[in-house]
Design a protein around this ligand. Structure first.
Ligand SMILES: C[S@@+](CC[C@H](N)C(=O)[O-])C[C@H]1O[C@@H](n2cnc3c(N)ncnc32)[C@H](O)[C@@H]1O
Length: 358
C-alpha cells in the first residue's frame, strides 16, 4: 500500500487571493511558501517514523505540515486557530492516508487531553515506513549523505506487514512539537510550555521524550540559546536552559516569509532534559531571574543585597547564601550559570516567600 501523493500546494498567487496574503495585511501572519525551507525545518526537528506523535501548532496553509508528512511522520496532530484554513487542512488530512488530524482551537487555551484524544483517532492502519537510512547498505549510505534533507525523506517498505504501531502512551512517548507562530505569541507559549514541563503536565507528562522546534524573531532566539557571559543572556535563557538543551537550528532572513516581515527569524530546537534543573515549578526561577536581570550589569553581591532590602524576610537566607560562598558575588548577572540560578530558586522555593518584582 503506497500512500497517495499529497495534493500540490496551490500556486502562491492563489494563496495570496484565497487567504488574503497581501500587502493590506488582512492576514497579519507571515507564511513560509518555500518547500526547501519547511523541509529543512522538519529535518532540524528530527522527525522520524519512530516518533509516537508530532504536534504542529499554527499550520496555516500547511507547507510545514507537508514537510512533516513527507519526512515520514505517522501520527500528526495540528492545532490551528483560524477557521479560514479548514479547507486546506481537510484536503491535507484526506490525502495523508489517515496520518493527520486537526484541531481548530487556540493553543494558548487548549487542554492537552484534546491532543491525545485526537491522536488516538488516527487509526493504526498505516503500513510500516522505513527511512532510507534504515534500509541502506553502507555504500548507499555514503551516497545518500550527499543528498538533501528532502531526498532523504521516507520510502515505503512494500514487504512490511501491517504496522505494530502502539497505542499512544501519554506517559512514555516520543513527541515532537513544531510551530511557526506569530512572533507575538511564540514567547508566551514557550513560557507556558516550559512551566508545563516543570509540572509534567499535558504532552510534557512524566517520561515523555519531548522536543520542540519553534520559530522566533531572531533576537528572541538568540536570547533563548545565550550561554552565560553572552550579551543576550536573559531570563528566557535561564528558564529555557533549566528545562531543555537548546540549540540555534536555522536562521531565516525576512525574505523567506510572505508577506515579508520587518525582522529576521530563527528556529530553535529544544530537547527536554531527562533531569530538569527546576522540577516542581518554574515560577520561583522566573521571579529570581526577573529580579536579577532587571539590573543585569550589577554584580550578584549588589543584586542580592538589593533583594534582601526589598524583602527583609529573605535577608537571613540571602546572608547565609552569600556567607556560604555559593556564588562569586563579584560576578555580573549575565555571567551566572543556569545551575547557579536554579540552586538559589530551589532554596527560596522552600520558604514560600514572595520574590520582589524589582
Ligand atoms: C506565522 S503563521 C505560520 C503558518 C505556517 N506554519 C507557515 O509556516 O507558513 C502562524 C499560524 O499560526 C496560527 N495561530 C496563531 N495563533 C494561534 C494560536 N494561539 N493557536 C493556534 N494557532 C495559532 C495562525 O492562524 C497562522 O496560521
Amino acid at each position: 500500500m503506497i500512500p497517495r501523493k499529497l495534493p500540490p500546494l496551490p500556486p502562491i498567487r492563489d494563496l495570496i487571493r484565497v487567504y488574503g496574503l497581501s500587502a493590506d495585511q488582512k492576514f497579519s501572519q507571515n507564511f513560509i511558501l518555500d518547500k526547501n525551507v519547511t523541509d529543512t525545518i522538519a529535518h532540524h526537528a528530527k522527525i522520524s517514523v519512530k516518533d509516537d506523535l508530532v504536534v504542529e501548532v499554527g499550520p496555516g496553509p500547511g507547507l510545514l505540515t507537508r514537510s512533516i508528512l513527507d519526512a515520514g511522520a505517522r501520527r500528526v496532530v495540528v492545532v490551528e486557530k483560524d477557521t479560514r484554513f479548514v479547507p486546506t487542512l481537510q484536503q491535507l488530512s484526506e490525502a495523508s492516508d489517515q496520518r493527520l488530524a486537526f484541531i481548530m482551537g487556540d493553543m494558548l487555551k487548549l487542554d492537552h487531553t484534546e491532543i491525545f484524544k485526537t491522536a488516538l483517532s488516527i487509526p493504526n492502519t498505516f503500513p510500516v515506513v522505513s527511512t532510507l537510512e534504515d534500509n541502506m547498505a553502507p555504500q548507499d549510505q555514503q551516497d545518500q549523505d550527499q543528498e538533501s534533507p528532502q531526498q532523504r525523506s521516507t520510502i515505503i517498505n512494500s514487504e512490511a506487514e501491517s504496522s505494530t504501531w502502539p497505542a499512544i502512551d501519554s506517559n512514555n512517548s516520543t513527541i515532537r512539537l513544531l510551530g511557526n507562530l506569530p512572533f507575538g505569541i511564540a514567547s508566551p507559549l514557550l513560557i507556558q510550555w516550559l512551566k508545563m514541563m516543570s509540572l509534567q503536565q499535558g504532552i510534557f507528562h512524566a517520561n515523555n521524550r519531548v522536543t520542540m522546534t519553534l520559530m522566533f524573531q531572531k533576537e528572541v532566539a538568540e536570547r533563548i540559546v545565550a550561554p552565560p557571559n553572552h550579551p543576550q543572556r536573559s531570563r528566557l535563557s535561564v528558564m529555557a536552559q533549566a528545562m531543555c538543551d537548546v540549540k540555534m537550528a536555522y536562521k531565516l532572513p525576512a525574505g523567506v516569509f510572505v508577506p515579508k516581515p520587518k525582522v529576521d527569524a530563527a528556529v530553535v530546537h529544544f530537547e527536554k532534559k531527562a533531569q530538569p534543573l527546576m522540577p516542581g515549578s518554574l515560577d520561583k526561577l522566573e521571579d529570581v531571574a526577573r529580579f536579577y536581570f532587571n539590573k543585569r550589569r550589577k554584580t550578584m553581591g549588589h543584586n542580592t543585597n538589593r533583594m534582601a532590602k526589598a524583602a527583609p524576610e529573605l535577608r537571613p537566607i540571602l546572608d547565609e547564601w552569600m556567607e556560604e560562598g555559593k556564588w562569586d558575588m563579584s560576578m555580573r548577572t549575565q555571567e551566572v550559570s543556569t545551575e547557579q540560578f536554579c540552586a538559589l530558586a530551589r532554596r527560596l522555593d522552600r520558604e514560600q516567600i514572595k520574590i520582589p518584582l524589582t
